[in-house]
Design a protein around this ligand. Structure first.
Ligand SMILES: C[S@@+](CC[C@H](N)C(=O)[O-])C[C@H]1O[C@@H](n2cnc3c(N)ncnc32)[C@H](O)[C@@H]1O
Length: 222
């Protein structure tokens, strides 16, 4: 019932006193963390009421160790009540919107972020934030990147080297799955380029991305 993607998120987080499962939908992540006693208490939130009904059903066995709250992003939370904040299953733009609105209120919390689709806008936003670790999961032919943000570690700009193309992968090209993802991306780039006229301005960025990724895929550095 709990997807591998969410189990991986749990693995990257340490023990949790009170966690928040933002945009929880069915709250499977909260369920997993509570069931395995990794979290003492979970606050599951969503912007819509219907998903919270799903969450209510899922978390029935843990009614005394969980709470459901309605609202946008981090707004339903107060800063001192949570030590770990999960935001998963959303596109990069939405995660950035949520973080921009409220991240600064939660300086002591660890953020465990899992992005759907192209992670570049999220990686760009996190350039000035401290990155604890990154991971990549493949499930049902989709690649999901996870970034854990925690005070006291290197900034994104120190570990991701900057520049637009590398934003898509960060330092994950050092892992086997990261390179597999890049190979797939290279295939997508080839396909996109084959559909463009030679003087199409979009070709320039795609060719730059292709040349960087070809280099990264072949890199011996681990
Ligand atoms: C695809 S589900 C993700 C569920 C779960 N987090 C996961 O990773 O499987 C997306 C959920 O995000 C909620 N959502 C979208 N934007 C949101 C926002 N700005 N704040 C809170 N919840 C949001 C939607 O209502 C929906 O239930």
């Amino acid at each position: 019932m709990v997807p591998e993607r969410l189990i991986r998120l749990a693995k990257l987080a340490g023990p949790i006193k009170t966690g928040a499962d933002i945009a929880c939908d069915h709250a499977y992540l909260s369920y997993y963390l509570l069931k395995h006693n990794q979290a003492n208490f979970m606050i599951a939130t969503d912007i819509k009421a219907n998903p919270l009904e799903n969450a209510k059903r899922t978390l029935k066995p843990f009614r005394d160790r969980s709470e459901l709250r309605l609202g946008f992003g981090l707004q339903p939370l107060t800063p001192s009540e949570v030590d770990t904040i999960f935001i998963s299953g959303l596109g990069a733009e939405t995660i950035v919107e949520i973080l921009q609105e409220g991240m600064e209120r939660f300086l002591n919390a660890t953020f465990v972020l899992q992005v759907n689709g192209n992670p570049s806008p999220l990686r760009a936003f996190l350039m000035s934030k401290s990155i604890f670790t990154e991971d990549i999961v493949k499930e049902n032919r989709h690649y999901y990147q996870i970034i854990v943000v925690k005070e006291g570690y290197k900034k994104g700009e120190q570990i991701w080297q900057g520049g637009v193309p590398i934003l898509r992968i960060g330092s994950l090209y050092r892992s086997e799955l990261g390179r597999e993802y890049l190979s797939k991306r290279l295939g997508d780039i080839e396909e996109a380029l084959s559909g463009l006229l030679p003087d199409d301005p979009r070709g320039k960025d795609l060719r730059a991305e292709r040349s960087l990724f070809q280099e990264l895929v072949n890199t011996k550095e681990r």
